[in-house]
Design a protein around this ligand. Structure first.
Ligand code: IFM
Length: 476
């Protein structure tokens, strides 16, 4: 007997998008006056990325953007989240904008709008101009002011045609993978520098938000995309719960505290007191970081599972943290916390598939930021996709992943959460940072020899969901 299941239907105005970022897809790193970002330097440094791969060509989106937009339209997407490359529009991170750089994004946005696709623009997805890193990078306060200047330039150029703005993508990665564990650019391993970086990212977000508002039409929406962690503990024992709270502070409170509430968690100061007195936080910084927002972006992949460390565990060794391997922890001041693999099926990244975490995250931020519309600005999975003999790429695991996570979003909506859209990571296979091209997150397959794009079966499935406003059955 077949059981009838209620269709998983989304609100008519729901945004069905896909996401990318500049360095991961554009290539053309020496064209149009662009200068190196920290990711150019890092990826060209031997040993930093798998097989020494770089974003020099990436998937050549800079030259193929019309084809990529046409593909999105053909699939049925109604939104696209991309990032602007800071060194393409302001090569040294100071001084006037390069019009050729801005023109590329004008053309891209016009192409999207002509195809009925709403652009969502991220200002910073990790490609700091190298000159700003040479001047001290995110640990130096001045970079926050430089970011605000850059935000105003881009806001002025594109604010008339882009309504959805995101200041920073995953500042946790910029601060802690970039400056503490060093598995991301600029590859520094200095715990104090990473905390300073986190503060200046908060300040940059606030100053950037104010700068955008001063130059853009008031109808535009400004948000930030946080990869807030869903932190679970192996037991309810007090030590394990305390370990979980410490990670929660360093993953979540360190950013949403200043950005949403104008304060750092006191427990964060206590846990990091042996490292720093946080005197780099100046009067007025927290008020500057705490700007009213129009929406909040949540990026979700997998939950974290932690416990309090035993004595042997504290001695430690090189750690794999799901972003790369480093002898240095991305969690300053938490040598007494251990991360565990959560049980269940895993993606190619070794990340456990757990859609309940997405529901939990949305539920948490519905309470943390009452009244603020939420977007899932990234969610997706890497699998070892390969074309069949017939040239088609079948990825039933990704369809199952998307179905499960979109169902979790749907449950959150039914519970009363205000989720306005979902951006699949990623539109197409691309440069996955220190993993190079060795991890495929795309709904569209890219043959790296020819750069030909082939929609995987998940792209067709997701496009149908977008067109119908409801999830197709798994076997579609
Ligand atoms: O590829 C990244 C993206 O740049 C930021 N969020 C996580 C993705 C997968 O690792």
């Amino acid at each position: 007997m077949s059981e009838s299941v209620a269709p998983v239907t989304f609100p008519p105005a729901f945004r069905w998008g896909a996401a990318t970022s500049a360095y991961q897809i554009e290539g053309a790193v020496r064209e149009g006056g662009r200068t190196p970002s920290i990711w150019d330097t890092f990826s060209h440094t031997p040993g930093r990325t798998a097989r020494g791969e770089t974003g020099d060509i990436a998937v050549d989106h800079y030259h193929r953007f019309r084809e990529d937009v046409a593909l999105m339209a053909e699939l049925g997407l109604n939104a696209y989240r991309f990032s602007v490359s800071w060194p393409r529009v302001q090569p040294t991170g100071r001084g006037p904008a390069v019009q050729r750089g801005l023109d590329f994004y004008r053309r891209l946005v016009d192409e999207l709008l002509a195809h009925g696709i709403a652009p969502a623009l991220t200002l910073y997805h990790w490609d700091l101009p190298q000159e700003l890193e040479d001047a001290g990078g995110w640990p130096q306060r001045d970079v926050a002011h430089r970011f605000a200047e850059y935000a105003a330039m881009v806001g002025e150029a594109l604010g008339d045609r882009v309504e959805q703005w995101i200041t920073l993508n995953e500042p946790w990665c910029s601060a802690f993978l970039g400056y503490a564990s060093g598995v991301h650019a600029p590859g520094r391993t200095d715990a104090v520098a990473s905390l300073r970086a986190a503060h200046h990212l908060n300040l940059a977000h606030g100053l950037g938000t104010s700068a955008l508002r001063s130059v853009m039409p008031s109808r535009n929406s400004v948000a930030v995309s946080l990869n807030s962690a869903v932190v679970r503990t192996v037991s309810r024992e007090p030590d394990d719960l305390a370990a979980g709270r410490r990670i929660d502070d360093l993953a979540n409170g360190v950013f949403h505290g200043p950005m949403l509430h104008g304060a750092y968690p006191r427990s964060l100061f206590a846990a990091t007191a042996p490292l720093t007195d946080w005197s780099f936080v100046q009067d007025g910084d927290l008020a500057a970081a705490n700007q009213p927002l129009d929406a909040l972006g949540l990026n979700y992949y997998t939950p974290a599972l932690v416990s309090a460390a035993t004595a042997e565990e504290k001695a430690g060794g090189p750690r794999a943290d799901g972003h790369g391997v480093s002898a240095f922890s991305p969690w300053p001041g938490t040598d007494d916390v251990v991360f565990h693999q959560t049980p269940g099926e895993q993606t190619e990244m070794g990340w456990t598939v757990d859609p309940t975490g997405l529901h939990e995250l949305i539920t948490r931020y519905t309470k943390e930021a009452p009244g603020l519309p939420l977007y899932v600005t990234e969610n997706g999975a890497a699998y070892d996709d390969r074309p069949d003999a017939d040239g088609r790429v079948h990825d039933p695991e990704r369809i199952a992943y998307l179905h499960a996570h979109l169902s979790a979003v749907h449950r959150a909506l039914a519970d009363g959460a205000d989720v306005r859209g979902y951006f699949l990571w990623s539109l197409m296979d691309n440069f996955e940072w220190s993993y190079g091209y060795g991890r495929r997150f795309g709904a569209v397959y890219v043959d790296y020899a020819t750069l030909a794009r082939t929609p995987k079966s998940s792209a067709r499935w997701y496009g149908k969901a977008a067109r119908d406003g409801r999830l197709p059955p798994l076997e579609d």
